[in-house]
Design a protein around this ligand. Structure first.
Ligand code: NAG
Ligand code: NAG
Ligand code: NAG
Ligand code: NAG
Length: 771
């Protein structure tokens, strides 16, 4: 059947237009030379000739080639439509055609789903093309389709999107394509770059050719350095075979796409856009539109619009400024930071809405022996952690509710890196656990058992991602094993060393005691036990490259709840948020983290910094916190930071305690001199909100600055990383490099931190208060 032929990529023939060699020297680009008058003088004498719009020739009617594969009645409709320049088509025909294309797309995806084999991605060309044609028709005929039919079709679109997700889960098992853990800092910067480029904003097409920050950002994308072959959709789609951050990959491609629009390179624009559309279908159920500023539907609709715009032109046409503006992304479905809560797949439902807790009433826990990792009714979840989404396989036998006196709840908590003592990881379990079990449900420790489940210890996304570079062309699997997304019922290690944090002297003992009187154990130990209620997972706190499920006020309540327990001894320095202070009036508590020698990232001249504080900042009372990483109980760590007004520390897990500071406190995060330039560290207060600790500070209602404090130059210009486009240097860097703090800079940082800490309290209502 012709319909099922592969989706031929459109290849356009380009007519001769001024070549860079005639006009600007190698390494320069059209985007650099042609849009800004002063650069035109720098690049060439005759700007009129050199910057003439490049000419696009559709060659042997590539669209006819694409469309002739349509069933003939549909092709007839479309042809009449274009020939009549959209006038002749009356609304019932437009509606019927679009509706028919939607139905066909659903059938094609269903066919792909039915041919999916475990471990192997099926052929998807037909499903992609059918989906694309629906959006082409919906976009092109939008003015002829009555609103009620449009909304009725949009209500059916989730069938398309969830169909793709079913195919991917069927082939590769449940998995999270938007983990973004490996190279998380890099993708955090990608996110910032996309936001700064303005792509998707309503006014973006009007401004992106002007001499603006947006223009500079996009012209630095170096579209000309990419060979066409590497931008082919097949090449782009291969990203999906090994990536665990498809949302970030798409963001990168969208930025590059606009770089290519500036270069007026239509071949690359079409190739890239087709790849973006196809790749985005993998991220349907995890793309967090609130964070990234675009949806999967945007990718489909903007691609459809691009093709429609070209198609309705004559055979040869100029790729001029009007066309550039016409195909630039604007009005992306959901503006960045907006709080839309749509649960519709493809439109960017908040990631955290899936995370749980998932509550079941009355069940007996049974051994999951024999379940496969490719999904079954016994696969529950997702359960979210700071490492993304995981699923739990558990057979449950439902039982009638037990009498009230035996009412018990089993809390199943996913625990990452259980063998490590790392406050960054702990934060993601204990804050949601306190908030949900103690504050929301107010459960007594008498009525709860705690079962722990674990991601596998052998997970290494660096390796599975790197394997993508060496894949054979016939590869249809995924480099990440399906079992990596399945939670284990047993401790990953059973050595004494690995278990010690969970024992009666372990660092988690106090908080575990708040949750349950009984010892927390691995889930395997609960097989056969029956419960009135089973609660799987926790609300997600993940704020780094995802929108968190907990709000600023939830975190404030957790902080108060712990403080109100009276756990702390009377002598502790401890300002509560309500202002009762153990310090003499007017003194502010400054906490400084100094890591142990062996751990690296020390403040080299801590003594100098402390004596500066003593001589020049008599209003500060410094405490140096040592040795966090080595088994200090979690609650004691909380105590060391609780109520502090300023926190100064090198980038590291200890900074995770910033949530325990007095509300509205100021956090100074130090980066080493050798930290690479692409690391987002803007030297500005309350700016790096997609960065790890900047994001946490935003969520927790604290002020934050990231700084490279070694000299004054770092303060401005050089270390100011807001400029987009210099991301080629993605090399690994020395995470252990120590930090030197130049005293004049320390003085400025402390002075501004004091002013902020003494200022008005920050609003603490939701996640996005900085913006
Ligand atoms: C795929 O399989 C389902 C269930 O067996 C069936 O209902 C559906 O019609 C099939 N789809 C196609 C396109 O054959
Ligand atoms: C962009 O540049 C054009 C041409 O110079 C000018 O007419 C227009 O007003 C500028 N737009 C903005 C938003 O600056
Ligand atoms: C990284 O930095 C640490 C601390 O300054 C230093 O001891 C170590 O040698 C550095 N490693 C490399 C590979 O440069
Ligand atoms: C500390 O105070 C002294 C005396 O006022 C001043 O000379 C010095 O510059 C200050 N140091 C810094 C780093 O600001």
């Amino acid at each position: 059947m012709i319909w099922s032929l592969a989706f031929q990529t459109l290849v356009l023939a380009r007519a001769a237009s001024p070549q860079s060699a005639d006009c600007w020297t190698a390494g320069r680009t059209r985007a650099y030379c042609c849009y800004i008058a002063r650069r035109q003088q720098e690049c060439f004498q005759d700007a009129d000739t050199c910057c003439q719009a490049s000419s696009v020739n559709l060659g042997q009617s590539v669209f006819a080639k694409l469309l002739e594969q349509l069933p003939s009645e549909l092709f007839g409709y479309l042809q009449r439509l274009v020939q009549s320049r959209q006038k002749a088509l009356y609304s019932p025909a437009a509606t019927a055609l679009t509706h028919e294309l939607l139905k066909r797309a659903v059938v094609e995806i269903s066919r792909a789903k039915n041919s999916t084999k475990v471990g192997e991605l099926p052929f998807l060309g037909t499903a992609f093309r059918a989906t694309f044609l629906y959006f082409l028709s919906l976009h092109g005929l939008r003015r002829f389709i009555p609103a009620k039919y449009k909304s009725s079709m949009m209500r059916r679109e989730p069938l398309l999107w969830s169909g793709f997700t079913d195919v991917y889960f069927g082939a590769w098992g449940r998995r999270d394509f938007c983990r973004c853990v490996e190279a998380g800092e890099f993708f955090s910067r990608t996110n910032t770059q996309l936001a700064q480029s303005g792509i998707g904003r309503v006014d973006f097409p009007r401004t992106f050719l002007n001499d603006t920050l947006e223009h500079h950002a996009l012209s630095a994308q170096n579209c000309h350095m990419f060979e066409e072959g590497t931008l082919h959709p097949e090449a782009t789609l291969r990203v999906a075979f090994s990536s665990q951050c498809i949302s970030g990959d798409i963001a990168t491609l969208i930025t590059l796409l606009h770089g290519c629009i500036l270069e007026q390179d239509m071949n690359k624009v079409v190739l890239l856009h087709e790849g973006i559309f196809q790749l985005s279908t993998f991220a349907v159920d995890c793309l967090d539109a609130r964070l990234w500023g675009f949806t999967v539907r945007d990718a489909a609709l903007h691609f459809a619009r691009l093709i429609w715009v070209i198609w309705t032109k004559k055979q040869t046409f100029a790729f001029d400024a009007a066309l550039q503006r016409g195909i630039a992304w604007s009005r992306a479905g959901r503006a960045r930071g907006e709080t839309g809560q749509s649960a519709t797949p493809g439109t960017g439902a908040p990631w955290n809405s899936q995370c749980g807790p998932h509550v079941l009433s009355a069940a007996v826990v049974q051994d999951p022996e024999g379940l496969s990792s490719y999904g079954s009714p016994s696969t529950h979840g997702p359960l979210c952690t700071e490492l993304g989404r995981f699923w739990l396989q558990l057979k449950l036998q439902t039982v009638p509710p037990a009498p009230p006196e035996s009412s018990r709840t089993l809390a199943v908590l996913p625990i990452t890196m259980s063998w490590e003592s790392n406050p960054w990881h702990h934060l993601h379990w204990w804050l949601p656990a306190i908030w949900y079990f103690k504050i929301q449900l107010n459960l007594s420790p008498k009525d709860v058992d705690v079962a722990l489940v674990f991601p596998r210890a052998d997970i290494d996304w660096a390796i599975s991602t790197a394997e993508g570079r060496t894949l054979d062309v016939n590869f249809r699997g995924h480099t990440e094993p399906a079992v990596w997304s399945i939670l284990q019922h047993t401790m990953p290690f059973t050595t004494e060393e690995a278990m010690k944090h969970w024992g009666p002297d372990g660092i988690h003992r106090t908080i575990l005691g708040w949750l349950s009187e009984a010892k927390a154990k691995a889930l395997v130990e609960f097989y056969g036990a029956s419960y009135n209620r089973l609660i799987m997972g926790l609300p997600s706190l993940r704020f780094f490259l995802q929108t968190p499920g907990l709000t600023c006020s939830a975190i404030a309540r957790v902080r108060h709840w712990i403080q109100s327990l009276g756990y702390f001894s009377a002598g502790a320095m401890h300002n509560s948020d309500t202002g009762s202070s153990a310090l003499p009036a007017g003194l502010l508590k400054l906490a400084i983290i100094q890591r142990p020698d062996a751990d690296g990232r020390r403040i080299l001249n801590l003594d100098e910094v402390l004596s500066l504080v003593q001589t020049n900042f008599t209003e500060l009372m410094p405490t140096v916190v040592h040795g966090l990483a080595h088994g200090t109980p979690w609650v004691d760590q909380f105590q060391q930071f609780s109520g502090a007004d300023i926190l100064l520390a090198a980038h590291g897990a200890g900074l995770a305690w910033l949530w325990a500071l007095r509300a509205g406190a100021a956090v100074v995060e130090l980066r080493s001199r050798s930290s690479p330039v692409w690391l987002q560290c803007s030297e500005l207060w309350n700016t790096d909100s997609s960065e790890i600790f900047g994001g946490l500070a935003r969520l927790a209602g604290m002020h934050h600055i990231c700084t490279r404090p070694h000299d004054m130059k770092g303060t401005l210009g050089e270390a100011r990383l807001s400029f987009v486009g210099d991301m080629s240097d993605a090399d690994a860097y020395n995470h252990s490099a120590d930090v030197f703090v130049w005293l004049p800079k320390a003085a400025i940082l402390l002075r501004s931190a004091i002013l902020l800490a003494l200022g008005e309290p920050l609003p603490c209502v939701d996640y996005h208060w900085w913006t």
